[in-house]
Design a protein around this ligand. Sequence first.
Ligand code: SAM
Length: 301
Amino acid sequence: MSKSLSRLLRREQFAFLGRERSAWDEHLGRARAFLGEGLQAADPGHPVLVLGAGAGLELPWSLTPKHTIGWDADPWSRVWTALRHRRWPAWIFDDMTGGLADLEATARRAVAEPWSGHRRDRDTAARRLAGLIPFLHPDPAPLRAWIAAHRPGAILCANVMGQFGVVAERVVEAAFGFAPWRLDPETPDPLAEALEGWTGRALAAFLDALRDSGADLWLLYDRAVVFSGGALELGPWDEDWSRQLRGNGVPIEASDPLGGLDVAAHVRGGGLELARQERWIWPLAPGQRHLVEALAFRRSR
Ligand SMILES: C[S@@+](CC[C@H](N)C(=O)[O-])C[C@H]1O[C@@H](n2cnc3c(N)ncnc32)[C@H](O)[C@@H]1O
């Protein structure tokens, strides 16, 4: 993992931890209860892998079996965890998408001519990068290799999937030196669309690795990010996440952090059964509410 990528993840996590958290109680309580159940249900004969372990806000480390390993590329994440929980678990600091280094190198090549260092103007660089991104296919090889070597009994995904796209955006912004996105939502933005495609491919490959792992899966993730104010209620579960949100007549503005992927449909099958599903609204910040989903898949044994 390059120094620039780990610096970038450290900055993101600092921003996350620096947020006002007074409205997070319900989210943290439910996230800890869900992940805690996953820890307690884990087969003690196998390691437990926690992806997106972060600072341990959402994970009750007091319940972790002896062989629990954290995975988070923020270089400070284990220190935060140690300060909060008085533990020093084994840790992996790698990129779990396996694709960020390629994305970073491609973005830098699009922004400046590799042979002269001359920086292209915004439009040329954005067009070039939008044309190159579809050829990038993130491959979580380090994750697959770790799973093959250690055969975890349970894998907990602690609110990291919704971050893949955000981190990819930050990588592109760092290469440009500014945010190159079209701000008017009515204007097509081929670069943003290409990056959304990258995020969808990264998530699909990541979920394939989890599905093929042989482990029980406890997946906690942001299903939607809602920016509009006003009433927000949850309707019945629906394959189309946008239909779950009810605004009582007030239009809802929401984005999909998962690049169009249907997590349950992607993971189900191959010996995995949906054992539990929950969801709730997390008021993350003024003007930003998240629809959080928590799905547990158990192996049919
Ligand atoms: C929303 S935070 C999760 C918070 C954490 N579960 C906790 O309880 O503190 C997402 C975490 O995922 C990590 N992350 C995001 N993208 C990653 C990637 N591609 N590889 C490894 N870690 C990543 C970030 O460093 C961050 O700590």
